[in-house]
Design a protein. Structure first.
Length: 200
């Protein structure tokens, strides 16, 4: 079991290619390098690796199905302008995890502070990896993947000793950012559903 856990963590690496996006300054590059190394450390943390190991076993997803987990340095922009947290090439078992933009992070930090940004960025990356690992089994069944990813993410955050309200707001933000104003969702998330959180 331990061996398999180490296997998965050994497949995580930071990848920058295919070249830095146009118009990015050295400052951008430095920011995204720091972001990716933070995500890399977060995903490889033993507590999270043990959790993933448990999830893979429970879902009967073989560790060999995971080809590689690439923590991408630069954000992915879809044609509709929306960002992407991750994607998965199920045939090759290749998972990619993408960062939020520097612009988003700057605005977020101004509103909520650096430590909350780190909690959010770490949670977003963990949720993305859980989601993409589930795609290895459920392929194109997006609804099933989303539903299970929420359950697993919640199961992981629950076991961490921290404030329930913070958990719930981060959880809300990671999963309910379909709206144009994720920062407002985050603000609303605080205190709104504490009782619900506790009773689940
Ligand atoms: Zn998906």
């Amino acid at each position: 079991m331990l061996e398999k856990a180490q296997l998965l963590s050994g497949k995580i690496k930071i990848t920058a290619g295919p070249g830095k996006p146009e118009g990015f300054s050295q400052r951008h590059v430095g920011f995204y390098m720091n972001y990716s190394s933070f995500v890399f450390r977060t995903l490889r943390r033993p507590s999270f690796q043990r959790f993933l190991q448990w999830m893979l076993r429970r879902e009967r997803i073989e560790a060999q199905m995971v080809g590689a987990v690439d923590v991408k340095v630069f954000p992915f922009r879809r044609k509709n302008g929306k960002g992407l947290a991750g994607n998965c090439d199920t045939a090759r078992g290749k998972i990619r995890i993408y960062p939020k933009t520097m612009k988003f992070c700057r605005e977020f930090t101004q509103k909520f502070g650096k430590s909350t940004l780190l909690v959010y960025a770490g949670s977003r990356a963990r949720a993305a990896l859980i989601h993409e690992l589930l795609h290895l089994k459920y392929a194109t069944d997006e609804n099933r993947v989303r539903e299970l990813a929420k359950e697993y993410f919640f199961a992981f955050t629950r076991i961490k000793p921290s404030k329930a309200s913070e958990h719930f707001s981060i959880y809300t933000m990671v999963f309910k950012t379909k709206t144009d104003e994720p920062l407002q969702v985050f603000q609303k998330g605080i205190n709104v559903q504490d009782s619900k959180f506790i009773s689940i």
